[in-house]
Ligand binder design. Sequence first.
Ligand SMILES: [Mg+2]
Length: 405
Amino acid sequence: MYKAIFIDRDGTIAKDVRYCSRPEDFEFLPAVLEGLRLLAKTDYKLIVITNQSGIARGYFTEVTLGKIHEIMKRSITEKGGRIDAIYYCPHHPNDKCDCRKPQIGLFKTAARDWDINLTESYFIGDKYLDVKAANNCGCKAILIPSEYPELEEFHGHNGFDGKIDVVTPNFKSAALWIISDSIQKLKVTLVIPTKNEADNLPTFLDKIPKDFEVVLVDGNSSDNTIEVAKRLRPDVVILNQTGKGKGNGMRLAFCHATGDIIVTFDADGSFNIKELERFIEPLHNEYDLVKGSRFMTGGKTKDMPLIRRIGNWVLTVITNILFGSRYTDIAYGFHAFRKDKLEKLNLTSDGFEIDAELYCMALKNHLNVIEVASVENRRIFGVGKLRSMQDGFRILKTIIRVRFT
Ligand SMILES: [Mg+2]
């Protein structure tokens, strides 16, 4: 069964002009298109339920109403939103029909047509009769108070005693409320590629939140990396890499990760665990990939010689020219993405260039990407495995390959 967000039209989506009888009188309220764009990314059906007694009153015809709705839907789609269906009641209040809100005839029809579970659905409206309709069919009720006098009835002047789940000032905040109310916390898998990192693991591994899955992919460590990992984090998933390179290991780990969100984390102790939340939070809303940047405001690196800084800058500029992006850091390995986007990312790299490949594939496939500032500390123990010139060249080849194939 599906779930739906039912939405009132006049006073909620559009300015309430009292019987909108011409397409040119239809006007979206502020923040509506932005809110619908956010809701379009959820798996809720988005269904408009509207009383249009103007038809029974002879103010306009169903043909005109159809035209208005076509224009409305087109504008919504153009802005990245979606409306799956529109149900309207054409009757006069005196008709005593069962479809005029607060009656729930239209909700029942929609539920039948779309296989919708009403009790797991929402209704956004601007008047007390909307809240009452939501209550009558067991949906959660979101009220964006109307600028018109019916509001007084909602305030109790007419003995209204319905249940309102939330009152929000505009449509976008209603959308955000629904998203945070309905989306469960996604499961996170932390992927850590290692090779001889036994000394560094104790600096962070036992501080990773307990509800995260931790997948450690080991490239044949000759020290006791695996034993240390198991001691610090008994539920760690250990994968023994058969191929070579960071990218090869990461791709293996991505396949085994069971989380909805995958975060890659270097084992050298240079990443700050406290930044994790900043990477994960945007993925609960509208983003598919959150990448760290050491070179945007608030970011910093304490572990980068000048030659690599210059190399990274050049590669970032080339990426931005080729993809029309605005990245500020192309070769940083701290990022998080939604696992359901893995297929689109179609990663094939074996070496350090996998991060750049991921960032470029995300651009190529029009994923929603955001950069967040990150501070890279100095590697705590041992020496890095990155070879500036060779890996820089591999990254360049990868950027060009992704762009032109
Ligand atoms: Mg209304």
